[in-house]
Design a protein. Structure first.
Length: 419
């Protein structure tokens, strides 16, 4: 397969030409990492073979099917089994209250391109990011470099997903008159929610509201809008489901759990729905791998997919003395609480931020990820290629790349991809 990095002669002019027009629709400097005042979106492009993109989407489709079937069975498991997977005890009744439905999930797989082929690192089934990058930024870069966008037509996947979600909610006798998108008051979360709102096909009736401006009432969820309360029928949230177990008002009222109660009582529709948490936890990968090694449950085609695309993963360290491994928090995000160890336990690298370290962990076999040298505004650097593949309502959708260090954290860069 042919893989070539293309870089412009005039890098700064290319950045301006690629990303400035997007501010007509999204008026903020999303292509810049404001936290570190560095470049985030690169003005280069990775020219790849179309067959590799097809392989990524095939991997996403195969692993999504495996995850979906496993989650359906997991919903019938005992409290003890779910607790052993690190799921918050207070959420267990809600995880079983509504069935898994693949058509209701908008998520993103992360894959590594290795010497052993494409390998799944994790599945972000709950609050996926990189949406603007994959669905809009990539197209702008492909146009500039004269390459075909592998994500051409994928914007329709987002609007189709939301339309399908609304139709399913109406089928369930839920109201769908008012649609709100929400996040905490953090720029990346807020901008991602606003971007998705604009791409959803629901922008004429969908609005953004900060999480702090939502109110729980007996008959439903309400948004504070211009000093009045407005009923919320459908809520897309850039707010992790596991946080609902912890969310409380100043007086101790369990706002997160009460919000989930409204969903179960069909007074509110959540996108992504509650069962997404079962697919989000990295402990599910350990469960799948355990069932695979026990030669139980999975069909022959599913076993083939697991062997081809998954990495050995376990809840208790099974790599000590055998191979290098990665320790991950089950609900960690952006490299949070990730550490890399030698077989003898020597620490090689770890996340420097304080978040997620108290969560239960999984251990996953380490693989060497292909790297690439790129020259950006700050000069030349080497980054490991982490591929993302979105899945919208059960269908593989847009692909994207991040260039990262040994740990894929908030310092990773967006690299466009063309075919």
């Amino acid at each position: 397969m042919s893989f070539v990095l293309r870089q412009p002669r005039d890098y700064l002019a290319a950045r301006q030409a690629i990303y400035q027009p997007l501010r007509q629709f999204f008026p903020w400097e999303w292509e810049k990492d404001k936290k570190h005042d560095q470049e985030y979106a690169l003005a280069s492009i990775y020219h790849v073979d179309p067959a590799f993109v097809q392989e990524l989407r095939a991997a996403a489709q195969s692993m999504y099917s495996v995850i979906a079937r496993t989650v359906k069975v997991l919903q019938k498991a005992s409290d003890g089994t779910l607790a052993d997977l690190g799921l918050p005890l207070s959420l267990l009744p809600f995880l079983r209250a509504m069935p898994w439905d693949s058509r209701r999930i908008f998520g993103r797989f992360d894959f590594a391109d290795t010497a052993q082929g494409v390998k799944m690192l994790e599945f972000n089934a709950d609050t996926p990011y990189l949406i603007l990058e994959a669905y809009l930024g990539n197209a702008a870069a492909c146009s500039y470099f004269g390459l075909q966008d592998p994500n051409a037509g994928c914007l329709e996947d987002i609007s189709t997903f939301f339309q399908q979600s609304m139709e399913l909610a109406q089928r369930d006798s839920c109201l769908t008159k008012t649609v709100f998108f929400t996040s905490v008051d953090f720029e990346e979360d807020r901008r991602t929610a606003e971007c998705l709102r604009s791409l959803s096909g629901l922008s004429s009736r969908g609005r953004f509201v900060l999480l702090k401006d939502l109110r729980i009432c007996a008959d439903g969820l309400y948004a504070v809008t211009e000093n009045s309360l407005e009923k919320v029928d459908v809520l897309y949230r850039m707010h992790p489901l596991e946080n609902f177990a912890l969310d409380k008002a100043a007086d101790g009222y369990p706002t997160g759990l009460e919000c989930l109660r409204l969903v179960v009582e069909k007074k509110l529709v959540l996108i992504n729905p509650i069962p997404a948490l079962l697919a989000q936890t990295k402990a599910l990968q350990a469960l799948i791998w355990g069932l695979y090694t026990e030669k139980a449950f999975f069909t022959a085609p599913e076993r083939e997919s697991i062997a081809r695309y998954m990495l050995p993963t376990c809840l208790e360290n099974c790599f000590a003395g055998k191979s290098r491994y990665v320790e991950k928090a089950i609900f960690g995000r952006e490299g949070g609480a990730v550490a890399i160890f030698e077989p003898d336990g020597t620490l090689l690298a770890k996340d420097k931020l304080p978040y997620y370290w108290k969560q239960p962990k999984v251990d996953q076999k380490y693989v060497d990820v292909k790297s690439l040298r790129v020259t950006g505004v700050q000069g030349a650097f080497d980054g490991k290629l982490i591929w993302g593949v979105f899945v919208a309502g059960g269908k593989p959708s847009a692909v994207t790349i991040r260039l990262s260090g040994n740990i894929t954290d908030a310092d990773a860069k967006f690299l466009p991809v063309g075919i």
